[in-house]
Design a binder for this molecule. Structure first.
Ligand code: F6R
Length: 608
């Protein structure tokens, strides 16, 4: 949700910043811009994706060894050239890029207007440039401290001034920002992909800190001006991971990376025939036994993973679980006890709603475990412990490999808790681990057999509505399949528990309505799902099923079947979601949609 990049060093800054912005375009892509400091500040910006703006404004051409850039996902103010970042003060000397939302911007703007400041945009961001100008008495760092003390809300900021051309300033509260340390050069960025080609040494700027970066040094301060020690970490990523590596889209690459991602996520967590998460979860066996209930908080696809986790944990570890939209959780005064455990799930680790839910639960004295894909992200740092998904960087806006890796972590936690709580014995755990180890192989088989999915996409890509049905642990997969389709193809899709269809959505069924049914196993509700399929057929609907290989009964009732290998019912979501990801992908492709950058969406939603 908005991407920031900045550079200071001996090289020409604008091309480096531009390159970084391209790597961050998944965070926002309605407009972009760069400001560079040479003999003064020069800004180039405009509406459109970076490629389009670059053609008109030749962003990389600006001279100077100090520059900041931004790719925007609009919050305050429409998508216009004026509202694109960077923004400057009245003098044109102070220039900033911002990710986040300034909540008290209207009152600040009124105040600054009454003092004679003239605004050029409708953004909340611009007030920060003017606020710094207002406090600037010759020491920009001091002015930044003063200004940020007045600001309410979230910010990650890159700031430059023609009066201090040898410094790149950065500041952060809630929105993510990292600082890269190179040889004779420094970087700032919203996320690692922007700078990993240049340096693997990074510092995660903490909340309410200001950094002053020169080409040879970094100093970090709190808002009172007290110096803080910078902690530099080494990024373990391979830069190649953020390239498409021959795939047409990141989404397709990431779908295909899933067997590897789940292998990596399992690796090192199974010792002999046991799951061992003790070092990551950091709860004693006694504490695990005492857990009275678990509340899972998450958003979007991660929330769907939570719903699968609820099923796993209740079935195999017998702990009561509730799954909450993180955005709702904090506004409904949840009842939590001292033995309640919170599990926060987030691919990015930066989702503002999930972060806020964690803070709410923390304030109520709960212990927080997070499941994140980004080490040292805000959610990981706010939590008492973190179990990482080792999916590798996920660039496509629609989440795929992070989702299946989240399911694997939830399964591992389930087995770990189930054993310690005395629900699962050694033999059952051993069998469940054997099922888990088979998954990457099974998933590769699903990925190798995509012709059927492409045919279905070819037949139905022109549809305007669709329904996704599933029961039990497959219901969240119906939700996830529907979400994937709507977000990248813009076809209206609804996910429903299959049995609920007769309570309303059945009214939508006609001969133009494809109904995707996930019914992979013969569990207690399988026969009932078959009846639901009959109900759809009786009304002329089109049935596409995701079923277990060899299931001829379901084939006889469906217009088309996508088969997946047989696995245990509790792990079937990990396989069943893959054809639905591919179906959404191929349909979106046929419709000419921008799969990796769907309209109105951004990868990491850092505003509430
Ligand atoms: C959908 C998608 C979103 C995210 C949601 C939460 O494909 O990617 O629904 O799942 O915004 O994001 P994280 O997991 O980063 O907290």
């Amino acid at each position: 949700m908005c991407g920031i990049v900045g550079y200071i060093g001996n090289k020409k800054a604008a091309p480096i910043v531009l390159d970084g912005l391209k790597k961050l375009e998944y965070r926002g892509y309605d407009s972009c811009g760069i400001a560079s400091c040479c003999t003064g500040i020069q800004i180039k910006k405009g509406v459109g994706k970076i490629e389009e703006v670059e053609k008109i404004h030749t962003l990389a051409d600006i001279e100077g060894n100090l520059a900041i850039g931004h790719t925007r996902w609009a919050t305050h103010g429409g998508v216009t050239d004026e509202n694109a970042h960077p923004h400057s003060d009245c003098s044109g000397k102070i220039c900033i890029v911002h990710n986040g939302i300034i909540e008290n911007y209207e009152s600040l703007k009124q105040d600054l207007t009454s003092k004679g400041h003239k605004f050029k945009s409708d953004t909340d961001t611009e007030i920060i440039a003017h606020l710094i100008e207002e406090y600037n008495k010759g020491d920009l760092k001091e002015a930044i401290f003063q200004a940020l003390k007045k600001v309410e809300g979230a910010y990650a900021l890159g700031i430059i001034s023609s009066d201090e051309p040898d410094k790149l300033f950065a500041a952060r509260k809630e929105s993510p920002l990292i600082i890269g340390v190179g040889e004779g050069e420094g970087f700032i960025a919203s996320d690692v992909p922007a700078i990993v080609n240049h340096t693997k040494k990074v510092m995660y700027l903490q909340n309410e800190r200001v950094a002053v970066i020169t080409k040879d040094d970094i100093e970090v301060f709190d808002l009172e001006g007290n110096k803080k020690k910078p902690i530099i970490r080494e990024i373990l990523w391979d830069a190649a991971l953020i390239e498409k590596q021959g795939y047409d889209h990141f989404m397709l690459k990431e779908i295909n990376e899933q067997p590897k991602a789940i292998e990596e996520t399992i690796n090192g967590r199974i010792k002999g025939d046991k799951v061992d998460l003790s070092e990551e979860i950091k709860l004693t066996d006694e504490e695990i036994k005492k857990i009275s209930n678990i509340v899972i908080v998450a958003c979007g696809t991660s929330w769907h993973a939570g719903l699968v986790g609820e099923f796993m944990l209740e079935e195999l570890a017998r702990v009561p679980v509730e799954v909450e939209y993180a955005s709702e959780f904090r506004y409904r005064n949840p009842v939590l006890g001292k033995n309640s455990l919170i599990i926060a799930i987030s691919q990015s680790g930066e989702t503002a709603d999930t972060l806020a839910a964690i803070k709410e639960a923390k304030a109520k004295g709960c212990r927080i475990i997070s499941i994140c894909n980004v080490m040292a992200s805000s959610i990981a740092r706010e939590s008492d412990s973190v179990v990482l998904t080792h999916a590798g960087p996920e660039i496509g806006v629609a989440s795929t490999k992070a989702f299946t890796s989240q399911l694997i972590v939830l399964y591992l936690i389930t087995l770990y808790f189930g054993k310690i709580r005395g629900i699962l014995d050694d033999f059952i755990v051993k069998c469940r681990i054997r099922d888990l180890r088979q998954l990457p192989l099974f998933m590769r088989a699903v990925l190798e057999d995509t012709e059927k999915i492409k045919d279905i996409a070819e037949t139905y890509y022109n549809t305007s509505n669709s329904l996704y049905l599933g029961r039990g642990i497959e219901y969240p997969i119906a939700l996830e399949g529907a979400l994937k389709l709507k977000e990248i193809s813009y076809i209206h899709a609804e996910g429903y528990p299959a049995a609920e269809m007769k309570h309303g959505p059945i009214a939508l069924i006609d001969k133009n309505m494809p109904v995707v049914v996930v019914a992979t196993q013969d569990n207690i509700t399988y026969n009932k799902v078959l009846s639901n399929i009959e109900e759809v057929k009786a009304r002329g609907g089109i049935i596409i099923t995701v079923a277990t290989k060899g299931d001829k009964v379901i084939a006889s009732k469906s217009d088309t079947v996508i088969y997946i290998p047989k696995t245990s019912y509790i792990l079937s979501p990990v396989l069943a979601v893959v054809p639905l990801q591919l179906l959404a992908y191929y349909i979106a492709l046929k419709r000419g949609c921008n799969v990796d950058k769907p309209r109105n969406l951004a990868k990491s939603v850092t505003v509430e």
